[in-house]
Unconditional design. Sequence first.
Length: 187
Amino acid sequence: MDNIQYLRTAIAEHQAVISQLEGLIPNICEVADALRACIARGGKILLMGNGGSAADSQHIAAEIVGRFKKERRGLPAIALTTDTSILTSVGNDYGYDFIFSRQVEALCSPLDVVIGISTSGNSKNVVKGIEAAIEVGATTVALVGGSGGKLAEICTYKLVMPSSDTPRIQEAHILIGHSLCEMLESD
């Protein structure tokens, strides 16, 4: 496949997935309402994921803490993917599967919303992090793809991208992340 054909195919696949997000609009609005309620009650938003999903966690947290489109006070959000000392010490002492659950145990309260981002919905460390959030009594959100995996089964809210292709899922995730940030600022 030449470069032009590759790009045409990638764009067509992207557009096909994005056009199917129309069906998720009510669910996305529910998550936006949950985030607004979290901030209003003095809670914070915690995000986690691996690889590209880790980058998305950091990106979304940065938009919430800094700003997305309008000037406002900083809002409380934490990407649980950024503290290398915690990640490596917990990974070494307890195992990689526990890098998020240990942080949730330490940082999360029932006032909070915890967002797990995973293209498969089955990342063991994200699942354990969400399970820890459920134990604390926090609201949980699955931002996933494919069938939704374990995260879609256990989270309060599930946003399942209509694709099994990792790049297309991640593209949809960041569109939803940006949309949530904009709706969070709309008050």
